[in-house]
Design a protein around this ligand. Structure first.
Ligand code: URA
Length: 436
C-alpha cells in the first residue's frame, strides 16, 4: 500500500477500507508517513467526509495506536463522560463525585482549555497540589480503591490522536464531524470505560453552532461507541449563554464547591443532575434516568457528593484546606462590578464573547505554551429571559491589570442584546440521543 493512493482515493470521494485506514494511521504514528501527506488526507476528509463505517475504523485505529486501558481489572463497570467544550462548563467537577457517591465508579481523562472553551485540568490545577498526571497504574488503582479518578491524558493513550489533532489545528481541518467524532471517541475507547455519557454542546460558545450539526456529531459518536462494543448516550445541551455563573478557573472551582454544598446556580445544578441521572442509567445503577435523578438529588442533598469530591482531591494530592475555606483561592487584584446601561429583557448573553473575554483576561491560552492565571475571570449575574433594571449589576470582572479590565469591560457589553418585550429563557437541553 502507498499513502499517496489512499489520499487520492479520499480526494476522489471513494470509501477507504479498514486495512487502508489502519495502514495510514500506523504509518503516521511511527513516522513513516510524513505530516504533509496526513495534512492533505485530513483536508480530503474534511471536504468529502467519511462513512460511519470508515469513521469507526478510524476511531479504532487511533485508539489502538497506544495503550488500551481495561477498567474491568479495577471495577466491574465504570462510566466516563465527555463534554465537547463550552463556557463556564465545570460540570465534571460536580458530576464525577456525584456519580461516584451514588455507587457507580467513574474514571475520566480530561483535557485543557481549547480556544474560548475552558478545560477541566486547568480548573483542577487551581487547587494547590492537585495532580493531573496519574499513570495508568495509578488511574486503575484509584478507580478500584476510591471509585473516582480525574486526570490528564498520558502520552501513551491514543498518541496518534494527539499527533493528528496538532496537525489539524494548524491546517484548518479541526471542523470536520468525522474527525472530531473519531478523535473524541478514540480517547474514550482507549480509556477503557464500558459506558460514556456525551455532553454535546450546541450554540455560539460551542464547536457545533446548530442543532442539526450537533445531532449529526452526537449520532456518529453514539454509533461509534456501539460499533466498538460500548454503550453511549448523548445529550444535546445549550451553549448559547455561559453555564452557571462563573467563567474562569478558581471562580469555577468555587462554584463547583458551592454546588456540591447545595448552594449552586439553578441552571448549573439542573444540568449536573440530568447528566448524573443519565450516567447512572448507563452504568445500570438505576433502571432509568428518572430513577437516577432521585438518587442524584439525595447524594447531593445529604453531602455524600461533597465528601466524595474532598476525597478525590485529597488522594490526588490537592490541599483540601482550600475546599473547606474557598476564601483562600487566589484572588485577582482588580474586581469590578459592571452595571446595566439600560432596562429591558435580556435576549442574548453571547457565550463565545464571554469565553473569549475570559481568555483575554488570562484565564485561557492564546498559544499552547501560554501560562494561565487561575484567579481571573467573569461572573455572569443573569440569564437570558431575565428583566434587568438600568444600573443593576450584570457582571463582576476579576482582572490582573487595568488594561485588561478596560478591554473586558468594553467587550462584555457587546455580548448582551435586549428586548422591550418578555423573552423565553433558553432550554438547558435540546435532545437525548442513543439507547436509554
Ligand atoms: N476535542 C477533541 O478531543 N478532538 C477534536 O477533534 C475536537 C475536540
Amino acid at each position: 500500500m502507498r499513502a499517496i493512493d489512499i489520499i487520492i482515493k479520499k480526494r476522489d470521494r471513494e470509501e477507504l477500507s479498514r486495512a487502508e485506514i489502519d495502514f495510514f494511521i500506523q504509518g503516521f504514528t511511527t513516522g513513516k508517513i510524513p505530516d504533509y501527506q496526513v495534512a492533505a488526507w485530513a483536508m480530503a476528509v474534511l471536504l468529502n467526509g467519511m462513512t460511519p463505517r470508515e469513521t469507526t475504523d478510524l476511531t479504532l485505529a487511533l485508539a489502538n495506536s497506544g495503550d488500551m486501558m481495561d477498567c474491568t481489572v479495577a471495577v466491574p463497570v465504570a462510566v466516563d463522560k465527555h463534554s465537547t467544550g463550552g463556557v463556564g462548563d465545570k460540570t465534571t467537577l460536580v458530576v464525577e463525585p456525584l456519580v461516584a457517591a451514588c455507587g457507580l465508579p467513574v474514571g475520566k481523562i480530561s483535557g485543557r482549555g481549547l480556544g474560548f472553551s475552558g478545560g477541566t485540568l486547568d480548573k483542577l490545577e487551581a487547587i494547590p497540589g492537585c495532580r493531573v498526571d496519574l499513570s495508568t497504574d495509578e488511574f486503575l488503582e484509584q478507580l478500584g480503591s476510591v471509585g473516582v479518578v480525574l486526570t490528564g491524558q498520558t502520552a501513551d493513550l491514543a498518541p496518534a490522536d494527539g499527533k493528528l489533532y496538532a496537525l489539524r489545528d494548524v491546517t484548518g481541518t479541526v471542523q470536520s464531524i468525522p474527525l472530531i467524532a473519531s478523535s473524541v471517541m478514540s480517547k474514550k475507547i482507549a480509556a477503557g470505560a464500558a459506558a460514556v455519557l456525551l455532553d454535546v454542546k450546541v450554540g455560539s460558545g460551542a464547536f457545533m453552532k446548530s442543532i442539526p450539526e450537533a445531532r449529526q456529531l452526537a449520532e456518529l459518536m453514539v454509533d461509534i461507541a456501539e460499533g466498538s462494543g460500548r454503550k453511549a448516550v448523548a445529550l444535546l445541551s445549550d451553549m448559547n449563554q455561559p453555564l452557571g455563573r462563573a467563567v474562569g478557573n478558581a471562580l469555577e472551582v468555587r462554584e463547583a464547591i458551592d454546588t456540591l454544598q447545595n448552594n449552586g446556580p439553578e441552571d448549573f445544578v439542573e444540568h449536573c443532575l440530568v447528566v448524573t441521572a443519565y450516567m447512572l442509567a448507563l452504568g445500570c445503577t438505576v433502571q432509568d434516568a428518572e430513577e437516577g435523578r432521585i438518587l442524584a438529588e439525595k447524594a447531593l442533598e445529604n453531602g455524600a457528593a461533597w465528601e466524595k469530591f474532598k476525597t478525590l482531591i485529597e488522594v490526588q494530592g490537592g490541599d483540601i484546606g482550600y475546599l473547606d475555606d474557598p476564601g483562600r483561592f487566589p484572588k485577582a487584584p482588580l474586581v469590578e462590578t459592571l452595571v446595566s446601561p439600560r432596562s429591558g429583557y435580556l435576549k442574548m448573553i453571547d457565550a463565545r464573547t464571554v469565553g473569549e473575554t475570559s481568555v483575554d483576561l488570562g484565564a485561557g491560552r492564546a498559544k499552547k505554551s501560554d501560562s494561565i492565571d487561575h484567579a481571573v475571570g467573569i461572573e455572569v449575574l443573569h440569564k437570558v429571559g431575565d428583566y434587568v433594571d438600568q444600573g443593576q449589576p450584570v457582571y463582576i470582572v476579576h482582572a490582573n491589570t487595568q488594561e485588561r479590565l478596560t478591554a473586558a469591560r468594553e467587550r462584555l457589553f457587546t455580548a448582551l442584546a435586549w428586548s422591550e418585550t418578555p423573552v423565553e429563557p433558553l432550554p438547558l437541553f435540546y435532545d437525548v440521543i442513543g439507547e436509554q
